[in-house]
Design a protein around this ligand. Structure first.
Ligand code: AOF
Ligand code: ZN
Length: 380
């Protein structure tokens, strides 16, 4: 039994709402993607949302469990809109696909397919075997964008990499020896903190730590508990023990990516301060840290998204090795007259990447690009 409002347009609207809902827990569900479920049924001639669920903080319970709990008996005969194929494996609870069958849900509409080998097709198969009508792939591209980090870790064994840079009106990202120079205003800065909150890790080169001594935490009101892991590319372990990221390493995880033999006493002092030392492979040509291997290591540690925030050398390395999946440019009004040139400018970025979003942040402009891939119509 399905209800009369169900048209392709209605399905898309419900799925778009589910995808938006799923973003609330983005970056806070551990190694799990943040999934959302809406349970909708016809009551008194109207479509009514009888259950809503988002993957819980930390990753469990899953979205379907939460939505079914809210709906109770009203789940019977309802249509479930789920942003990811419901799971087929036993975790702390039985598979979500079985739970949907048990609850008497009539129809399930899903967006993204789940590449997790424990699920991959089995979730849909359980639903069909249980007599449920299944429509898969509704707004798949949009859902895939919303959980791109999870999908990247599952299918490419590396995190999704976003490179974010603030560029002055005359094309500089900072000035050597001048510390942190404000290039963008308070709205852009708040947006950066929101991006940090949604990322699993934030990565900079040691030059940025020495130059700017940033905290690299999320400092938005109400979001203080969301700071991502901090990763510093520091091949020769030059980071000062007085750096803010070292002094706060006990509270916010800090990883130092190093190369080769490291002075044992420094190693020990930094370890005691709470830093994790990641011994990296060297790139055979440049002798620098091999970034693809580092990214693999980070994915194996369960990190799905990495926000690269600088400086120029680090940004260039990621760009040159084609490791940037998303590029975010904050274009400020301030002119610096001299400084470190931006490793990529909007025109070059537009030729290389696909423009997905433009926004005004007060007097600043934000442009977001994505690696070129299949076309995607709706913005997340
Ligand atoms: C769902 N609904 O809300 C999410 C799903 O460690 P576990 O047992 O939680 O399993 C993790 C896997 O569960 C993950 O790789 C993905 O396949 C699925 N995530 N599935 O039905 C959800 N977050
Ligand atoms: Zn599940």
């Amino acid at each position: 039994m399905t209800f009369s409002f169900e048209t392709a347009g209605f399905d898309r609207r419900m799925m778009a709402a589910a995808i938006r809902l799923s973003q609330r827990h983005a970056g806070r569900t551990g190694t799990n993607p943040s999934v959302a479920t809406l349970l909708v049924r016809e009551e008194h001639g109207e479509p009514v949302i009888v259950g809503r669920g988002i993957t819980a903080l930390g990753g469990r319970p899953h979205a379907e469990t939460m939505a079914l709990a809210e709906a109770g008996e009203r789940a019977r005969g309802a249509t479930a809109y789920v942003t990811l194929e419901p799971c087929a494996h036993h975790g702390r609870t039985p598979p979500c696909a079985e739970a949907l069958v048990e609850a008497g849900v009539a129809r399930v509409v899903t967006a993204a397919a789940d590449p997790d080998p424990r699920v991959s097709g089995r979730g849909h198969a359980i639903l069909v075997a249980g007599g449920i009508a299944v429509d898969a792939g509704v707004l798949a591209a949009e859902a895939e964008r919303a959980m791109a980090g999870y999908l990247s870790r599952q299918t490419r064994r590396r995190p999704l990499v976003t490179l974010k840079m603030a560029v002055s009106a005359d094309g500089f990202i900072g000035r050597l020896g001048a510390g942190q120079i404000p290039i963008t205003g308070p709205i852009a800065n708040a947006q950066t903190h929101l991006r940090r909150a949604r990322a699993d890790a934030i990565l900079v080169g040691v030059g940025t730590v020495i130059e700017d001594d940033p905290q690299l935490t999320c400092r938005l009101p109400g979001l203080f508990d969301r700071s991502p892991v901090r990763i510093v590319l520091d091949p020769r372990l030059k980071i000062p023990e007085t750096a803010a990221v070292v002094r706060t390493a006990a509270a916010v995880p800090t990883m130092l990516a190093v190369l080769g033999e490291i002075d044992p006493s420094r190693h020990e002092a930094l370890r005691r301060a709470g830093c994790t030392i990641l011994a990296c492979e060297a790139d055979p040509e440049s002798g620098r840290i091999a970034l693809p291997e580092l990214l693999e290591d980070l994915a194996a540690r369960g990190l799905s998204t990495v926000l690269v925030e600088g400086g120029a050398m680090t940004a260039k390395s990621f760009l040159n090795q084609d490791l940037v999946d998303r590029l975010v440019l904050h274009l400020g009004q301030v002119a610096l007259a001299e400084g470190v040139p931006a490793p990529i400018m909007p025109d070059a970025a537009a030729r290389r990447y696909r423009l997905v979003r433009r926004a005004r942040y007060g007097s600043d402009e934000m442009i977001e690009f994505e690696r070129r891939g299949p076309e995607c119509s709706v913005e997340s």
